[in-house]
Design a protein around this ligand. Structure first.
Ligand code: HSE
Length: 410
């Protein structure tokens, strides 16, 4: 029998315990022995839980118990999660986690610490919920140079965008539903402002390119400005909107970015809807490989954590195969040096004059029908820094009272 500890009994932590006991038979068949949750650490009390006797509040009990060789970390507070992870790894205990904030910021350091202490640090659940992506990327695609990884990496925002697009739900109502379904972060700002996607693309980019890509190096925009009007307009142009995390090589340069993108209906990610995530990986030998599944939610995410527990129990330190290094030099290129087109929704005082000025600045624009006080259009493609300069001039003109939304058109 293998004894493990679960730290953090929130949505995912409670799901992990549930999966371990509900699927005990299949897990034992695969592992060859039982997994026993010896401790559950949480600050809160759960007197009515069937596992009430397992709850503790002192992490030292886990650290000092030689029977516990694996710690499943699902703590919401990233600072606490990071500290406990360091302590567990330093004590030679393997850690598996769903905490993307910790992996995205400290992955290189924690992987090195795990190696130093002959322990494993695995984080399959940190990206894509129940979708196997971390292990396939570092094992199955090991023979490839990865040129690009991009995807829909946040279930909450994809759910919101789908509900707005398909059912004309308001942003707020759709977010409320995502929260009720347990998809959103405790503070949903991390979802809707793109930070969660940013952390996940950092993990994938680090894995793909071997150097730690830190979240503060990645330009990030969320979906809070999105309106039903934007959805309708882009639909007329045969496009939909998705919040994408993208990281790719171009010669010696690496670009990484998170933003809502208008993509054509026949783009491989266009039909990924609701809470589903999809990740497109371009390998130089495989070509395009797509991973698809439920990107958030209690049991899909818990299933990925439990798979890591089984892997550690069975195979020992698999994280030795994962190597990305912390580097001091800035190696993520300026996103403004890429070409793009903008879809813009602006509030105007004089539509005709504003349109004439838009044509002068942005060339052959595609204009959408709309109210007298609104002008929505798609610019021609140009370098982003040039478009940004023109947009600044446009927003300063007397005919334009506000730029309400800007979406990059892929
Ligand atoms: N809030 C996250 C999401 C949970 O919506 O994708 C899974 O990481």
């Amino acid at each position: 029998m293998r004894s493990i500890a679960v730290i953090g009994y929130g949505v995912v932590g409670s799901g992990v315990v549930e999966v371990i006991y509900n699927n005990a038979e299949v897990i034992e068949r695969k592992l060859g022995e039982k997994i026993e949750v010896k401790y559950i650490l949480d600050l809160r009390d759960f007197p009515d839980s069937p596992y009430a006797t397992k709850f503790i509040k002192d992490f030292n009990i886990i650290l000092n118990d030689p029977e516990v060789s694996v710690v499943a970390e699902m703590i919401t507070n990233a600072k606490v999660a990071y500290e406990y992870t360091k302590q567990a790894l330093s004590a030679g205990k393997s850690v598996v986690t769903s905490s993307k904030a910790v992996v995205a910021q400290y992955g290189a350091e924690l992987l090195a610490l795990a190696r130093e202490h002959n322990a494993a640090y695995l984080f399959e659940a940190s990206v894509g919920g129940g979708i196997p992506i971390i292990r396939p990327m570092h094992q199955c695609l090991a023979a490839n140079e990865i040129d690009e990884v991009e995807g829909i990496l946040n279930g909450t925002t994809n759910y919101i965008l789908t509900k707005m697009f398909r059912e004309k739900l308001s942003f707020e109502d759709a977010l409320g539903q995502a929260q009720a379904n347990g998809y959103a972060e405790l503070n949903p700002a991390a979802d809707v402002e793109g930070l969660d996607t940013c952390r996940k693309i950092c993990i994938l980019a680090s894995l793909a390119f071997g150097r730690h890509v830190y979240p503060d190096r990645v330009h990030t925009e969320g979906i809070t400005s999105m309106s039903l009007q934007d959805m309708d307009n882009l639909n007329q142009a045969d496009m939909t909107v998705k919040l994408l995390g993208r990281a790719y090589r171009k010669g010696d340069q690496l670009f990484a970015m998170v933003c809502p993108c208008a993509i054509s209906h026949d783009h491989p990610l266009a039909n990924v809807e609701d809470v589903f995530n999809a990740i497109l990986v371009k390998g130089n030998a495989t070509g395009d490989v797509m991973f698809y599944g439920k990107g958030a939610g209690k049991l899909p995410t818990a299933s990925a954590v439990v798979a890591d527990i089984i892997d550690v129990c069975k195979n020992g330190d698999r994280s030795k195969d994962i190597s990305w290094k912390a580097v001091d030099v800035e190696f993520v290129s300026d996103y403004q040096l890429e070409k793009t087109a903008f879809y813009l929704r602006t509030e105007v005082t004089d539509r005709r004059k504003a349109l004439n000025y838009a044509k002068k600045l942005f060339g052959n624009v595609r204009v959408f029908d709309g109210a007298e006080n609104e002008l929505c259009f798609i610019t021609e493609t140009a370098l982003e820094n040039q478009l940004a300069g023109k947009l600044e001039a446009f927003s300063q003109s007397a005919e334009v009272s506000a730029v309400k939304n800007k979406i990059r058109v892929l």
